[in-house]
Write a protein that binds this ligand. Structure first.
Ligand code: AMP
Length: 178
């Protein structure tokens, strides 16, 4: 990304210390999404990353991932698929439960959302420890699509979430790395 654009985008990401709990520096992208110029820069970058790859579906992870995933799906003329917390999706679902630092979490997609003909991008706003995206990847993989790409707007490299995806030939890209 051009330096001026990079600086613009970074300048509108709000850092919130001790949210949602003590010791976490939360990268708040709502201040990026509300800035028309920054949102256009991010949208252009996302489109450029995946144009010409034959993407048919973009999966967004609830809830902060819905914004970028919807924009990317629209721009690529692909479909949008929500990945949600349990009990939110109305029809038949497939789900995956995964371990977190304390306890477990579950994510779901509609069982007819992804087919073996699909080429999929899974998108979330921020890569932190990577646990959420790893579960999302495993759930989408169980639908046997042709290919899966993984995308974030922001990657927090100090937390090394990338290590969870090292064993495979997964194509993971982030617009910004901190
Ligand atoms: P992860 O640890 O990668 O499973 O992160 C779980 C989710 O929490 C991601 O979808 C992010 O949206 C969010 N998240 C975790 N840590 C941060 C952070 N420091 N700043 C902003 N979002 C975060």
């Amino acid at each position: 990304m051009e330096q001026a654009k990079l600086e613009k985008v970074k300048s509108v990401i709000r850092d919130v210390p001790d949210f949602p709990s003590r010791g976490i520096l939360f990268r708040d992208l709502t201040t990026l999404f509300k800035d028309a110029e920054a949102l256009a820069i991010i949208s252009d970058e996302l489109r450029a990353m995946y144009a010409g790859k034959g993407i048919t579906k973009v999966v967004g992870i609830e809830a902060r991932g819905f914004v970028g995933a919807s924009i990317l799906a629209h721009d690529l003329k692909a479909g949008f698929v929500p990945m949600r917390k349990p009990g939110k999706l109305p029809a038949d679902t497939i789900k995956l439960t995964y371990n977190k630092e304390y306890g477990t979490d579950t994510i779901e997609i509609h069982s007819d959302a992804i087919t073996p003909d699909d080429i999929v991008v899974i998108h979330d706003d921020v890569l932190a420890t990577g646990g959420t995206m790893k579960a999302a990847y495993d759930l989408v993989k169980s639908c046997n699509p042709k290919k899966i790409y993984i995308n974030f707007i922001v990657e927090l490299s100090a937390l090394n979430g990338r290590r969870l995806f090292e064993d495979s030939d997964i194509d993971m890209q982030s617009v910004l790395v901190y």
